[in-house]
Write a protein of this length. Sequence first.
Length: 372
Amino acid sequence: MRDPRLKQFAKNLVSYSVDVQPGENVLIEMIGLPDQELTKCLIEEVYAAGGFPFLEFRHPEVTRSLMLGGTEELYTQLAELELNRMKKMHAYLAVRSGDNITETSDVPAEKMSLYTRLFQRPVTDWRVNHTKWCIMRYPNPSMAQLASTSTEAFEDFYFQVCNLDYSKMSAAMDALVARMERTRQVRLLGPGATDLTFSIEGIPAIKCAGKNNIPDGEVFTVPVKNSVNGVIAYNTPTIYQGTSFENITLRFENGKIVEATGSDTGKLNDILDTDEGARYIGEFAIGVNPYIQKPMKDILFDEKIDGSIHFTPGNAYEDADNGNRSSVHWDMVLIQRPEYGGGEIYFDGELVRKDGRFVTADLEPLNPENLK
């Protein structure tokens, strides 16, 4: 029997997140362990909106095999084929699942870099900048295990998070967007080493309320490229290119990461040495999803944690751009709620969030009790 929550979920994705219009082509990419009922629901909703569904199925184990033997010649041809298809799409929906989040952890760094730079990045850049898109995870026992819950409890949590009223969240974010767009200098403080300053002057702030990610709940911008100085010590585990990292600390001088340490300092620096842009920042974002309270080693959830920020080495988005380009875009999360050590955010010297809660009247609607 079809879970009735699936129908609402699919409808939200098609009609709200990517707003499919009659005659539009929609690429539905099911990655990992695709749910047949969800796939059918998405197809039905695309048809109901007057669109044309196109399907793609991928699996991380198969992708790993491709990476291990991939060459520059192969990826150049694959990128050309994938770009030709993506350029015919008006919208893109990606449902990502899988039973092993570290499936690609043993792919050599040079092979991973080749795949990302020559194949994945060109296709992703076109999709991000030229289509209506939304990416989501889908619950399975592996995700429940990472979240330290039963599978049933995680499914309940998932639909609670993903089917919340994102239009209400969007309206509440307007004040934060306005604040960030008139701010020149940001300062982040946290326990231990975290004391970081940077400028966001003249760069747009973008609200994320269910359009590009599900779950969602962040407002992002990017530092002026050479303005970042100080130290940030992240307190949330992060998985990148199949490897889990903890206790990452980055030190900046004039925008560049000049020192990076963590649970795997060698591999961390290998990734940051992928290209010149990997040691500069491509995103600064503030997370506000009221239902996401703890990390679960899934960045689509962790970067939206209530009371968090993420500060991202690598490529900047074109809609909030500081000119930094890289094949890396690594969202690293710092939670500032009291149980994680607290912390403060200042805009032009004014305290706007303390210990994960907004303290100015215009931003209080973004506190968790007001978004549920």
